[in-house]
Design a protein around this ligand. Structure first.
Ligand code: DGI
Ligand code: FE
Ligand code: FE
Length: 201
């Protein structure tokens, strides 16, 4: 098994080396969030090997998934409008903005254009009815990386390794249950994710 720290970047997805990308990502966030990002990369690179996905793409998507998380909400709001993203985003909490906004900023500022990587960033918070393996890996790795600690995380970690789609379903169900318990607004896309990955018909 190749470790995240040993992943070598060809020029397929970025001209940056892993160290250069790490420095750019680190400059965008607090130390604690950066540690989270490295944890997501560690898990994503492991899952990529289990599910036969490019480990390089998994590393890049993981390192960049929260690139926009600490941008100021006003800048994110302006980008949602100027980039013609879903304007409904503005009616929900700013916590769900950093995925779609991150997808735009990673393209613009880091010149990472691969659609699977960009979509993995875009959908990592609320998921999507259609998620390929890389998108599923980032969605799940974000939830189970080593510094996450909540009831159920160990079951989610087990599922991630045994059945990725079931791990997506577990996470989706539990995130929705959590949001409902807190009477938070649910972004409709999160419900679409639930209907596709969790609900039985
Ligand atoms: O960025 P991270 O903290 O690593 O993780 P994330 O991108 O999965 O963001 C998680 C946060 O997003 C968590 O506090 C719950 C929130 N969230 C996810 N879906 C929805 C949501 N918040 C609202 N209001 N509505 C949603 O549908
Ligand atoms: Fe996030
Ligand atoms: Fe994250």
């Amino acid at each position: 098994m190749i470790k995240s720290t040993d992943v070598f970047y060809s020029s397929d997805y970025t001209q940056l080396t892993r160290d250069e990308l790490i420095n750019k990502v680190q400059s965008q966030m607090s130390e604690i969030r950066f540690k989270h990002v490295l944890g997501v990369e560690e898990v994503a690179v492991e899952l990529a090997q289990l599910y036969n996905v490019s480990i390089e793409a998994a590393s890049i998507a993981a390192l960049t998934h929260d690139y926009a998380k600490e941008r100021n909400p006003q800048e994110m709001q302006d980008l949602i409008i100027s980039e013609s993203l879903d304007l409904d985003l503005l009616q929900y909490g700013s916590e769900i903005w950093h995925g779609p906004v991150g997808a735009i900023l990673v393209k613009k500022e880091l010149r990472i254009e691969d659609e699977e990587i960009v979509n993995a960033i875009r959908y990592h918070t609320v998921g999507s009815p259609k998620m390929g393996l890389l998108e599923q890996i980032i969605y799940v790795a974000d939830y189970v990386e080593p510094s996450r600690d909540f009831p159920g995380v160990d079951e989610a970690r087990k599922l991630a390794k045994s059945d990725l789609a079931q791990a997506v379903a577990f996470e989706t169900k539990h995130t929705l249950q959590y949001l409902i318990s807190k009477q938070r607004e649910i972004y409709p896309k999160a419900i679409e994710t639930y209907n596709t990955w969790v609900a039985k018909n």
